[in-house]
Design a protein around this ligand. Structure first.
Ligand code: ADP
Length: 531
């Protein structure tokens, strides 16, 4: 039976661990390929956007560079500062200052001035040390603005629109008023405005520096910038650029892997935390199951041992009673021996009746069939009587039973209390060395409305780690001395059941070599529990 259980536990463990392992591997493979897909999507997006960005940069850079007559020209006195104009710097120092100015802002075409300054410096002096990295860092820093709504004046989403010429209105109204379908160009004063209405998103771009020529349409760079402004997910991309003198501008867009991976990683974390939670839950469940099965197995073993020891405990006295009775009947024994045989027969008989009583009561309590008879009882008399009954047994080992009894009157099942005391005294006598003293005390605690019955011995004591288990049924642990002593392992569990039936408890105070003190603490007014 236990073997079958441990096998089924192994199968169960396998059945839990295997799918979890497969799930974990699938999650790892799945999220890896998801990450791969996200990265390649980002790369594709970056590649798609690169030409548009190149066109925009080329234009803005061209705006300032083609006006630079020569290098290095002295700055023109009174010329507007680079911050006010686009980039009219023939002055490298001014360009440097612009590049390092965090408040430089955007060019009229919507690109970061600092990035433009870096590009201009690089174009003027490509061999300047640190140029490229400076430019790269500035662009990297500012690039999201190249690609996001700052490149156009506004990208409006949702229901509400804030526009230049009206304070606030719904997209719906605006679209209706302007008769807006798809892309629309609007001329407003000297400005050229482009409105793109797509899937509830309104992109509004304003180009003050574009020559208004409806017939010829937009210049290529403005088209490119519009396409940038309306392509999705620009915030996920950062740009770096490289310039080759003489061969125009080469722009390379680098995907910002971290930002693109973030949602996948979030999902990954969620999957793995769910998996971890399942693993922990499964481990706890298996541990609990394992423990329960082990307990059950131990209980089964203890039960087998119990049956063996009960049959031994029954057979031994019956055999010796029969032998002595036969001898007495044959009148083959001397009168002195006959007297001793009578005493032994009485003792073995008493032991048998205690044992049978214990076993029967144990069975009755287990099956919930035990009827408790609670009646007022003079406990001092009951304890004194019980001690008297046990004295001959103690006398055989030259053990003295002392009693210190206060008068206690309580409602109890007198037979059960006597049975509990017999068991406690029987254990004390059984485990104590000859010539020692056992003390039985009865005390009343009027304040708490409880009474206590204590049995103290000078025996070997009980180690702390065993004390919690000795009240379990069939438990018979212990060192050599105590294991050699006969018993069935139900005595103390019966004492505990009796105490609990009286709504009380039993406790032990002991330590190796310190003797043991068992205390029953019961309420003065007991009524049976549902045991
Ligand atoms: P049994 O005495 O039949 O083995 P019990 O339930 O009465 O069963 O006791 C359980 C165990 O508790 C005993 O086997 C013994 O190891 C320990 N024990 C009980 N009483 C004493 C005692 N007075 N001194 C030392 N050990 C004790």
């Amino acid at each position: 039976m236990p073997r079958r259980k441990s096998w089924s536990l192994h199968w169960l463990t396998l059945a839990v661990v295997l799918p979890l392992g497969v799930l974990t591997s699938l999650a790892v493979i799945g999220t890896r390929s998801q990450l791969k897909a996200a990265r390649s999507e980002a790369r594709e997006l970056a590649e798609r956007q690169a030409p548009a960005l190149a066109a925009v940069l080329e234009h803005d850079l061209g705006q300032s560079i083609h006006e630079i007559p020569s290098y290095p020209d002295p700055p023109v006195p009174g010329s507007p500062s680079p911050k006010d104009d686009v980039l009219d710097g023939t002055d490298l120092a001014a360009l440097e200052a612009l590049r390092n100015d965090p408040d430089a802002g955007l060019s009229p075409a919507g690109l970061p001035r600092r990035a433009l300054a870096a590009l201009a410096i690089h174009r003027l002096d490509p061999k300047r040390p640190g140029n490229e990295s400076a430019m790269e860092s500035v662009l990297t820093l500012e690039a999201p603005s190249v690609l996001t709504s700052r490149a156009v004046d506004t990208i409006l989403t949702g229901e509400t629109v804030k526009s230049r010429w009206r304070k606030e209105e719904t997209i719906h109204d605006l679209v209706r008023d302007l008769d807006l379908q798809g892309d629309t160009w609007i001329r407003r004063d000297d400005r050229f405005i482009h409105l793109v209405h797509r899937d509830g998103i309104l992109a509004y771009a304003e180009f003050p520096d574009v020559p208004v020529d409806f017939d010829r349409g937009l210049p290529a760079w403005a088209e490119a910038r519009l396409s940038l402004a309306t392509t999705p997910a620009p915030a996920e991309v950062i740009a770096t650029s490289r310039v080759r003198v003489g061969s125009g501008l080469e722009v390379r867009i680098k995907a910002d892997a971290l930002r693109i991976e973030a949602p996948v990683r979030r999902q990954q974390r969620w999957i793995f935390s769910m998996l971890a939670a399942s693993v922990v839950t499964a481990a706890v469940a298996l541990a609990v199951l394992h423990r329960t099965l082990r307990r059950e197995r131990q209980l089964g073993e203890m039960k087998d041992q119990f049956v063996a020891s009960v049959s031994h405990e029954l057979r031994a006295p019956v055999a010796s009673i029969r032998l002595m009775a036969d001898a007495l009947e044959a009148e083959k024994v001397a009168p002195e021996t006959a007297k001793e045989f009578h005493r032994l027969i009485a003792r073995e008989g008493a032991r048998l009746s205690t044992l049978v009583g214990n076993v029967l009561d144990h069975a009755r309590i287990e099956q919930g069939r035990k009827a408790w008879k609670m009646e007022p009882c003079d406990l001092a008399a009951l304890v004194a009587d019980t001690v008297r009954v046990m004295e001959p047994l103690a006398g055989e080992k030259n053990i003295t039973i002392k009693h210190e009894l206060s008068a206690v009157e309580a409602r109890v099942d007198a037979d059960a209390i006597q049975q509990a005391l017999v068991n406690l005294l029987d254990n004390a006598i059984k485990f104590s060395p000859p010539g020692t003293i056992i003390t039985t005390a009865l005390a009343n605690d009027e304040e708490r409305r409880t009474w206590t019955l204590t049995v103290r011995d000078q025996g070997p004591g009980i180690p702390k780690d065993e004390q919690g288990r000795i009240f379990e049924r069939f438990y018979r642990p212990g060192d050599e001395l105590r294991r050699e002593t006969q018993g069935t392992g139900i005595g103390l569990s019966l004492v505990k059941a009796i105490a609990e039936a009286h709504r009380g408890r039993v406790s032990v105070e002991s330590g190796p070599g310190q003797g043991s003190t068992f205390t029953l603490t019961l309420p003065t007014e007991s009524s049976p529990t549902d045991h």
